[in-house]
Design a binder for this molecule. Structure first.
Ligand SMILES: *Cc1c(COP(=O)(O)O)cnc(C)c1O
Length: 405
């Protein structure tokens, strides 16, 4: 019998047509094996044309794009930056690269993303302290859109720039417009596990009125801050953050299949909802009205008193050679960020799980009760059946254990 195949959480998925190879070959044939060349500039143009962003700068990673957005805003030592707590650490790390101070903001149940009410409370607190933040970073976690209108309104009222971390949400739309195009800055990631990948890479989208100028400055920092002189002349500290022409070739090919990938990821999410939705205590990721989620990862939530625990699901899938993962552990619960403030409307915060360190904040609870289900776009019907079978068996098992008692 054929061995059961390993199922990934989300792995690179190149086009059937081989578009990516074609662009790479072009780069080889013309010897543009550098962080310079046609693929890079074309990739930037194709992304902005596809999603309707201002100016794009292709970079070596999504993390580099966040760093460049902060530098472009002028974030410096001692500045306050409001940042969604429920995210991957790459959203927050660049704040610390610039010696600024992240203040973490709790999520809301509607979108799992930054709570506009908690953001408003954070502004009130920090303005009173005469420490108005210099930027706000929101995330569209797992492709679910944050409440962009509400958050953008608050930022506009306080005249603070908004950065949209759309690393996980390329292809998601909010009221018919793509994420990454609403904030003053948007960032995308093409890391290996994202909905489309270049093997590793990212992009900064600048959507301000003076986007051209700002993008030019980012390009300068990202290419070692070289001055236009015959010799190597520097007046600022630079970075080696530019995307290579080979990598950009993969991206150009992948962009052609983005819609297909979104469709498949949404199919996977719907499959779980249809085939597991009747299990007592299981819930699925929110789908806020007026938004279209790319469903990068399908995420479930289990009720507090559900017989089956997130760890049971992850363990059972692992035993069957299937990869799943906990929900991101919020930044305010990470030891590395323990010195920083956290704004939540959840009332008195206390640790409710001493093993995971989860607290009773909204983000802490989403972390505590969530599981990222296998969401690989290469999965077949059989794979999905196998996964749902494994999970249903857990409920059957626990219900027979209960009836034996
Ligand atoms: C992946 C990711 C990033 C970082 O992107 P890289 O390209 O891996 O540097 C940033 N934020 C979020 C939310 C991510 O998921």
């Amino acid at each position: 019998m054929k061995e059961k195949e390993h199922i990934y959480l989300s792995s690179p998925h190149m086009s059937d047509e081989g578009y990516e190879k074609k662009y790479i070959e072009e780069a080889f044939d013309t010897n543009w094996i550098a962080p310079l060349g046609k693929n890079v500039t074309q990739f930037e143009e194709e992304v902005t044309a596809k999603i309707g962003a201002g100016k794009a700068v292709a970079l070596s990673a999504g993390t580099a794009a966040i760093h460049m957005a902060l530098k472009s805003i002028g974030i410096t030592q001692g500045d306050v930056v409001f940042c969604q707590s429920l995210t991957f650490s790459a959203t927050a790390n660049p704040i610390v690269y610039e010696k600024a101070e992240p203040v973490f903001i709790d999520s809301e149940c509607d979108t799992w993303n930054m709570s506009p009410e908690a953001l408003e409370a954070a502004f009130e607190k920090y303005v009173k302290m005469d420490r108005k933040p210099k930027a706000v970073i929101i995330v569209h976690l797992y492709g679910i859109c944050a409440k962009i209108d509400e958050i953008a309104e608050i930022c506009a009222r306080y005249q603070v720039p908004l950065i949209e971390d759309a690393a996980e949400s390329l292809g998601s739309t909010y009221k018919g417009r793509y994420t990454g195009t609403f904030g003053d800055y948007g960032i995308i990631s093409f890391n290996g596990n994202k909905i489309i990948t270049t093997s590793g890479g990212g992009m900064l989208l600048v959507n301000t009125e003076d986007a051209e100028e700002r993008a030019k400055k980012v390009l300068y920092w990202a290419t070692q801050a070289r001055e236009p002189a015959p010799w190597y002349q520097h007046t600022e500290i630079g970075y080696n953050y530019r995307m290579s022409n080979i990598v950009a070739g993969i991206g150009r090919g992948q962009l052609k299949v983005l819609d297909e990938r979104v469709e498949k990821k949404r199919y996977i999410q719907e499959y779980y909802q249809t085939h597991l939705g009747d299990l007592p205590g299981i819930h699925f990721m929110p789908a806020p009205q007026g938004t279209h989620c790319n469903c990068w990862l399908s995420v479930i939530q289990l009720d507090e008193d559900c017989r089956v625990k997130p760890m049971d699901i992850m363990k059972a899938l692992e035993d069957d050679d299937v990869e799943s993962r906990p929900v991101w552990k919020p930044m305010h619960l990470q030891p590395v960020f323990s010195d920083f403030d956290f704004i939540s409307l959840a009332g008195d915060l206390c640790i409710v799980d001493h093993e995971t360190g989860a607290d009773n904040s909204i983000s802490g609870q989403i972390f505590e009760h969530g599981v990222c289900m296998p969401s690989d776009s290469k999965m077949t019907e059989e794979d999905l059946q196998r996964i749902c079978g494994t999970i249903r068996a857990l409920w059957e098992q626990t219900s027979s254990e209960n009836s034996e008692r």
